[in-house]
Design a protein around this ligand. Structure first.
Ligand SMILES: C[S@@+](CC[C@H](N)C(=O)[O-])C[C@H]1O[C@@H](n2cnc3c(N)ncnc32)[C@H](O)[C@@H]1O
Length: 279
């Protein structure tokens, strides 16, 4: 193994410097991810059942009509959409994981639910005035880079019908030091989440307090010295910042909701704020 790879991998990168690999569309990883989405005891891809149920109850408070058109961005295997479709809403899900979308299509058919699933990058969304309600769940707006976030908000605004509602959640700035500890851990796997062949994994946590963003970086080095770098930027916000951002993209009547989720860990409870905003 080339020792330089280990040294380079442990350096703090410049803010928003891109990794060279994407987690969601890799064949091996997306199979592992689907298993994790569907495992009710692991909340690293979808939240745990109690949180999902509480979120659906929260979303239902904005379903003012019995049959609304609902779009779920980053729908994964369709856990939220199946619950909303079962209530009679006309549901569409977008996700760029082929594996999750084909699983979602199969289970909707088995359950007799009509859900329109589309395998697409939601940053290239091109709907116009089509949805009463759009959801983006699991702090996913906060993982986008600032220009991607603004572009997505513009596309969501365009995809909503007049007065349509957008619901999403973000990590807030409560107990930031507790949430974001700088870290460096090595592990070795013969076969695991990142690859089916042996690899070393270096996990680094870096905090960029000026930009209010935390980077979790996974560097995977295999026996042939192939290095894959996965970077996950998670921004945290307070309500005022989100209200200001949304108003610059044309949204109105934004409201913040605390403690929708049970207080089971730092990515839950008082650490996550839900938002409802309107076109
Ligand atoms: C953290 S998971 C959350 C899934 C789902 N919202 C839930 O809570 O069960 C993020 C999902 O968004 C999808 N995703 C991430 N970026 C995307 C993009 N640019 N376009 C489409 N889907 C995306 C991933 O494939 C993954 O299924």
């Amino acid at each position: 193994m080339n020792i330089d790879n280990f040294h380079i991998a442990s350096q703090k990168p410049k803010i928003y410097e891109k990794g060279d690999s994407i987690i969601w569309t890799d064949d091996h990883i997306s199979k592992k991810l689907l298993e994790i989405h569907l495992n009710p005891d692991i909340d690293s891809a979808s939240r745990m059942p109690e949180s999902i149920n509480r979120t659906v109850e929260f979303i239902k408070t904005f379903c003012t009509e019995s049959s609304m058109s609902i779009l779920d961005l980053g729908c994964g295997p369709g856990i939220y959409l199946e619950k909303l479709a079962a209530l009679g809403h006309a549901c569409t899900g977008v996700d760029f994981s082929k594996n999750s979308i084909s699983y979602a299509k199969k289970t909707a058919k088995e359950k007799g639910l009509e859900i329109n699933y589309i395998c697409q990058n939601y940053l290239e969304l091109d709907f116009e005035n089509q949805f009463d309600l759009i959801i983006l769940i699991y702090t996913d707006l906060g993982v986008l880079l600032p220009e991607e976030r603004e572009g997505l908000l513009d596309n969501i605004h365009g995809a909503l019908k007049p007065h349509g509602v957008f619901i999403f959640d973000l990590l807030n700035d409560t107990n930031v030091e507790q949430k974001f500890q700088e870290q460096q851990n090595w592990t070795f796997e013969y076969s695991g989440f990142w690859k089916s062949t042996p690899y070393m994994e270096l996990v680094n946590g870096f905090h960029y307090p000026d930009e209010k963003v935390f980077l979790k970086q996974h560097t995977i080095i295999d026996e042939s010295d192939q290095v894959d770098t996965y970077r996950f930027w998670t921004h945290y916000f307070n309500c005022e910042e989100v209200i200001a951002l949304l108003s610059t993209r044309g949204f109105i009547l934004t409201e913040c909701f605390e403690n929708i989720l049970p207080a089971t860990d730092i990515w839950n409870g008082e650490n996550v704020t839900f938002f409802k905003t309107q076109k």
